[in-house]
Design a protein. Structure first.
Length: 164
């Protein structure tokens, strides 16, 4: 058996084992400058490999794509930074959370410096509705910044309250 044949068989065996483990191998071509940037990012962010970094980027893009589809059920967070001294703001944000009780799972408030609050709201529901809820919260007077972050993973079923 030649060296090339041995290498080819070894590669085939690795691909077969990877597929059995639920992983597929692919090959991509990148411009040299893009590969250098990827390697720099892998090192800076502490990824174990290029594959891990690319996997994370693909998951992020898939989540964004599904969010644009509208009715896909997704889980995520609405992250807000706001002036906690703005009259009525806390009540307005709380009212929105109660109004969308089926989508809002939990929230966490952290007091920051300079009279600001960081609020992280865990949500799950149709992507389009989560975006609408986030937009309403971000538009409140006194909110400095806000962002909806979603994931394709979802939480185990949460039972909605009975309808009156």
């Amino acid at each position: 058996m030649t060296q090339d044949t041995t290498t080819s068989l070894a590669g085939h065996e690795q691909r077969t084992r990877a597929r059995k483990a639920g992983v597929s191998r692919i090959s991509i071509s990148l411009p040299e400058c893009l590969l250098e940037q990827l390697d720099s990012m892998v090192a800076a962010r502490g990824f174990e490999s290029r594959s891990q970094a690319i996997n994370e980027m693909i998951n992020q893009q898939l989540a964004e794509h599904k969010q644009k589809l509208g009715n896909e059920i997704m889980a995520g967070t609405i992250n807000l930074v706001y002036e906690h001294s703005t009259p009525g703001l806390r009540q307005q944000l709380t009212d929105l959370q109660y109004y969308y009780l089926d989508e809002v799972i939990s929230s966490l408030n952290v007091n920051l410096m300079q009279a600001q609050t960081l609020e992280v709201i865990l949500v799950q529901g149709p992507a389009e509705k989560l975006k609408m809820i986030a937009d309403k919260m971000i538009a409140c007077r006194g909110v400095i910044s806000g962002k909806l972050l979603v994931s394709t993973a979802i939480l185990p079923p949460v039972h909605p309250l009975p309808q009156d």
